[in-house]
Design a protein around this ligand. Structure first.
Ligand SMILES: [Zn+2]
Ligand SMILES: [Zn+2]
Length: 157
């Protein structure tokens, strides 16, 4: 399983600007992440390089389990717990505490949806990580407000 941490928005120069704006770099760790109801999804279910992982509940028609993703940007580690995964399947991604599904905010290049994991309690799409609902794609992105504005101009919303 791979995870691609991409910064949205335009060409390479813009990406570097965004990184500079936010002070992000390759080994930055996500230290806050919430469901729409404000539950932190960073838990000790699994740790990556010593950091609590991003814990998600996955649901498909036949089973329910957990996916824990490394919070370290650029680290592609992730583990599935008690989940029978079929590559290419589209699953629901929910909060492990309240089972609320994370909201869809965009369409992934693979055709499934990207859901937003909020990196601030404001639960605003300007501060979120996007994860694809399709197993095996697991495309993910880190959004900034500026990128979101770029998207708005392209009529994604
Ligand atoms: Zn929750
Ligand atoms: Zn996808």
């Amino acid at each position: 399983m791979k995870i691609n941490w991409l910064l949205l928005g335009g060409h390479q120069t813009q990406k570097r600007d965004v990184i500079a704006d936010q002070g992000h770099h390759q080994n930055e760790v996500i230290n806050e992440c919430y469901c729409p109801n404000g539950h932190s999804i960073l838990t000790d279910t699994a740790r990556f390089q010593g950091h609590p992982g991003l814990t998600l509940k996955l649901k498909n028609r036949t089973s329910e389990g957990l996916l824990v993703i490394s919070p370290v940007l650029g680290d592609r580690d992730r583990i599935f717990i008690d989940f029978e995964k079929a590559a290419g399947e589209v699953v629901d991604i929910c909060c492990p505490s309240c089972s609320e599904p994370f909201p869809v905010y965009n369409v992934c290049p693979c055709g499934a949806h990207l859901v937003a994991l909020f990196t601030s309690l404001k639960a605003h799409f300007s501060q979120c990580i996007g994860i694809c609902q399709r197993l095996g794609c697991l495309h993910s992105e880190l959004l900034s407000e500026r990128d979101l504005r770029l998207y708005s101009r392209q009529d994604y919303f």
